[in-house]
Design a binder for this molecule. Structure first.
Ligand SMILES: Cc1ncc(COP(=O)(O)O)c(C=O)c1O
Length: 425
């Protein structure tokens, strides 16, 4: 019996469903990881995989980037948790603020979920309004404010996607269509009690869906005309599409920003920031509560400092190299699928892409959902059997890292060719 199967059977006895986050499960059982380095993961059965899941986008620089590991090792010798402030936190917040000028003040937290929860509470505290609007298909973490899908029919009142969530909470989250600013405007025309609109500026949780021209600038205009705040959830896009995130690439300035993933390049850290007058609402000076034992812990902060410094130092080469590699993959995979007469769409932005098996352009939730997920499953299985690990869902994104070599990309394209043949069968 493969070691992964043995571990999965053992795991199921003590861990619900055998995994610690739902998307990690796939049929019949996931591979269990032994180690990672650079562009690759190795499982407990000795198989190597080129990693295009990359911590769901976190590992922009690849696994075990030297600069980050040595910064963390050096900090470990000085202590791991102080629960008292450090100069490192000040330095990191200054750096974040420099990279993201809209984040005049920054609170460091641990996860993306914590960051969006704090951003929304801040928006409510600042505006004294109750409701929020999210876009269908965007993911902002696993808490009740945002774990909401569109209600039935034309209703925009959110309903929870999870048992155990309170209807009283989810009904205050309204749902609009991504890439449809008119839909947002019409909701805001009726609903006057909206504290904030939260959006993934590039949608990376429904496959990959780029913002259409003017979508982001339009929603910025609409929110400010309606005295609602605009929250850019840049947990995925921050540092991935540029060192200043999507707000820099698309030249749209939000009121509040959340960061995570690539900020720590594999270490647990996230951030929420925005205009000083909003951020100053946070306790203890303000009355919006946010707290965490591990927030700003020196291990995560030293990792993030090394990570941001490395991305800033290498940006002239890093982003063009990633974009070039991504374009090469997208064009080769697209050509292969076209040659095999497989109806498909590929969306890509910067170092992210996803293939959808559908003949129609994918621009929002319903067009993404129209794609043939059975075909994606075949693709995923075959890629895995050929040493390429992508997130095991159509509605996730392929992430490249700086550690992928030209040779890795070449071999991955060959694996896609084999996988597309199984899709065709
Ligand atoms: C855009 C976005 N926001 C927030 C989150 C939640 O982050 P975390 O899983 O660190 O809580 C995610 C996670 O995938 C995300 O993609």
């Amino acid at each position: 019996m493969p070691n992964s199967k043995r571990l999965f059977l053992r795991s199921k006895k003590v861990i619900p469903s055998g995994i610690n986050s739902p998307v990690r499960y796939y049929d019949p059982y996931p591979f269990f990881v032994k180690k990672a380095q650079g562009s690759s993961l190795w499982d407990v059965d000795g198989n190597r995989y080129f990693d295009f899941c990359n911590g769901y986008g976190a590992l922009l620089l690849g696994h075990r980037k030297k600069e980050i590991i040595s910064s963390v090792l050096s900090q470990m010798r000085k202590g791991t948790l102080y629960c008292a402030p450090t100069e490192l936190e000040v330095e990191l917040s200054e750096l974040i603020s420099k990279n993201f000028p809209s984040m005049q003040k920054v609170r460091l937290v641990n996860t993306g979920s914590e960051a969006t929860m704090t951003a929304i509470r801040l928006a409510r505290g600042f505006t004294k309004k109750k409701k929020i609007i999210k876009f269908e298909g965007c993911y902002h973490g696993a808490h009740d404010y945002v774990l909401v899908k569109a209600g039935s029919g034309a209703a925009h009142i959110g309903i929870s996607v999870s048992d155990g969530s309170l209807e009283e909470v989810s009904k205050n989250t309204l749902v609009a269509q991504y890439n449809n600013s008119e839909n947002l405007a019409s909701i805001l025309e009726k609903e006057k009690d909206v504290a904030a609109v939260i959006v993934e500026p590039v949608l990376a949780n429904m496959g990959l869906v780029p913002p259409e021209k003017n979508f982001l600038s339009d929603i910025k205009k609409i929110t400010s005309e309606n005295d609602s705040l605009l929250i850019f959830d840049e947990v995925v896009t921050g540092f991935r599409v540029s060192t200043g995130g999507a707000q820099k690439s698309y030249s749209v300035v939000p009121d509040i920003t959340t960061l995570g993933k690539a900020l720590g390049n594999g270490f647990v850290i996230a951030a929420v920031g925005g205009k000083s007058k909003i951020m100053d609402m946070l306790s203890p000076e303000g009355n919006v509560y946010q707290a965490s034992t591990y927030a700003g812990n020196p291990i995560s902060v030293s990792a993030a400092l090394a990570s941001v410094k490395t991305m800033n130092k290498n940006k002239a080469n890093l982003y063009p190299k990633l974009e070039k590699a991504c374009k090469a993959m997208v064009s080769a995979i697209g050509d292969l699928a076209s040659d095999m007469n497989i109806p498909h769409q590929i969306n890509s932005v910067s170092s992210m892409f996803q293939i959808f098996f559908t003949a129609k352009r994918v621009v929002d939730y319903s067009t993404a959902k129209a794609s043939d997920v059975a075909k994606f499953k075949k693709l995923f299985k075959s890629l895995l059997n050929n040493g390429v690990f992508v997130a095991p869902s159509q509605f996730e994104t392929i992430f490249l890292s700086y550690a992928h070599t030209d040779e890795d990309i070449k071999k991955t394209i060959i694996a896609y060719e084999k996988a597309l043949k199984t899709v065709k069968e």
